[in-house]
Design a binder for this molecule. Structure first.
Ligand code: IFM
Length: 453
């Protein structure tokens, strides 16, 4: 059996974070409000009333965080750019001080020998695009509004024009599935809409935004990726009803966000009573636009498989079923390392030649451990071995970015779910590397050592 040290020469090691989860400084240097600032201010929506106002104070402490990354010996750092820092209302004037922050960050990363891998959108939409003031230039409704896709492409051009001399590969969106479901269908993330299936335009408009931004990036000679949250879907039994439910869930979670990009079409959503135009939001030519710029890489965020059974009540064509008999993370997510191999091999089998090289853009777990986080080491080791097995089975995987460098704001869970290789004391902002930090550093060094002349 191959193991993690058998990953190929040139395999890239990294860590991932996102702007709203770490930066803080939400009112500094001209940053405008994001949907997350507004949502977090609502009583009861985030556990313990936590917000991203300060988070890890990375906006000020980024040199210390880059020193931690350098200590790991990383090849790359995946971070996200806060759109409202760059364009405070999401349309119109650029905020030079906001762009200057990312300039400093990128320069400091490069000086540390770390390749920046930016994500243009990790859920912190400018509030001006969700609910514009009367003087605003946008129409509102966030990603429910087609116009947001065009604003996203403008923003992509602004950022690329500033940083394309130093960054060659860009990720457009992070996990459009999670953003649509949690933000627009269930309302447990910003912007807090609970529209159920009426949230589907938020899926299509994100993908349209990807297509438009991808063209902007490609015009500048840049490489384009997207980071999708994907899960192997396990039917609860081999009954026809469970198989049909699993297929319906797979279409929604996985294929809805990957088929249009790689195959230029939406999957069959008839189990949801939805036709190929997703209720009318898909215009002629949109799918061509979404797939026109071939992806240079597919980012895969993997945490766990999902077990699906036939629905118990009307509404949705599936019901989630428990996965028993496996370890669980502090978040109560099932730990199934081989699910990563299964997912990657399944992607290769489904998309064949249409599948670009894969990078694992997120994988990790929350633990309750202060510093001695053996469960995280076990999680990472198991998943990296499964990844090596997928590579041995012929899947082209180029890199692995663990989630996350440091503990951070885990959205509606606040600071209560801790995913970091580095522990953060949110009272003092003191960073303490965990055991997993040393383990990851040793792994990277040992893997590199195999290929050293
Ligand atoms: O923290 C999130 C991240 O923002 C997106 N992917 C999953 C992580 C853990 O829940």
């Amino acid at each position: 059996m191959p193991n993690r040290l058998d990953l190929p020469a040139g395999f890239r090691w990294g860590v991932s974070t996102a702007a709203y989860q770490i930066e803080g400084a939400v009112e500094e240097d001209g940053r405008g409000p994001s949907v997350w600032d507004v949502f977090a201010a609502r009583p009861g929506v985030i556990r313990d009333g936590h917000t991203g106002a300060v988070a890890c104070d990375h906006y000020h402490r980024y040199p210390e965080d880059i020193a931690l990354m350098k200590g790991l010996g990383l090849d790359g750092y995946r971070f996200s750019i806060a759109w409202p820092r760059v364009q405070p209302t999401g349309a119109g004037p650029v905020n030079p001080a906001g762009l200057a922050f990312y300039d400093r960050l990128v320069d400091a990363l490069l000086a540390a020998g770390i390749t920046p891998l930016p994500t243009l959108f990790h859920w912190d939409l400018p509030q001006g695009l969700e609910a514009p003031s009367t003087s605003g230039s946008a129409a509102g409704g966030g990603w429910l509004n087609r116009d947001t896709a065009y604003r996203f492409a403008e923003y992509a051009a602004i950022v690329a024009d500033r940083l394309d001399d130093r960054i060659s590969t860009w990720i457009t969106l992070n996990e459009p599935f999670v953003h649509m479901v949690y933000g627009y269908a269930l309302g447990i993330h910003a912007p807090g809409r609970a529209l159920m299936l009426d949230a589907l335009p938020a899926a299509h408009h994100q993908l349209l935004g990807h297509g438009l931004a991808a063209a902007v990036l490609r015009e500048r000679g840049l490489e384009v990726m997207i980071a999708n949250n994907l899960t192997p879907v396990w039917p609860a039994s081999s009954s026809d009803a469970d198989l049909a439910a699993a297929d319906a869930y797979d279409a929604l979670h996985n294929r809805l966000f990957t088929d249009p990009l790689l195959l230029g079409r939406y999957p069959d959503l008839s189990a949801y009573g939805v036709g190929p135009d997703l209720g009318g939001c898909v215009h002629d030519g949109d799918l061509k636009l979404i797939s026109a710029t071939p992806l240079d890489g597919l980012g895969v965020n993997y945490y766990n498989p999902t077990r699906i059974a036939a629905p118990t009540d009307p509404g949705l064509p599936f019901a989630e079923a428990p996965i028993d008999g496996v370890p669980r993370t502090a978040f109560d997510w099932p730990v199934v390392p081989d699910g990563l191999r299964e997912l990657l091999v399944g992607l290769r089998d489904r998309y064949g030649a249409a599948l670009p090289p894969i990078t694992i853009t997120e994988n990790g777990c929350s633990t309750t451990a202060a510093v001695d986080d053996q469960p995280r080491i076990d999680y990472l080791a198991g998943h990296l071995d499964a990844l090596a097995e997928a590579v041995a089975q012929g899947v082209d995987v180029r890199g692995y970015y663990t989630w996350s460098l440091i503990d951070n704001l885990e959205w509606s869970e606040g600071f209560n779910q801790k995913f970091g290789l580095v522990c953060v004391d949110f009272e003092t902002q003191r960073r303490t590397p965990r055991a997993s930090y040393g383990w990851y550093r040793e792994l990277i060094a040992a893997h590199r050592g195999r290929f050293a002349k």
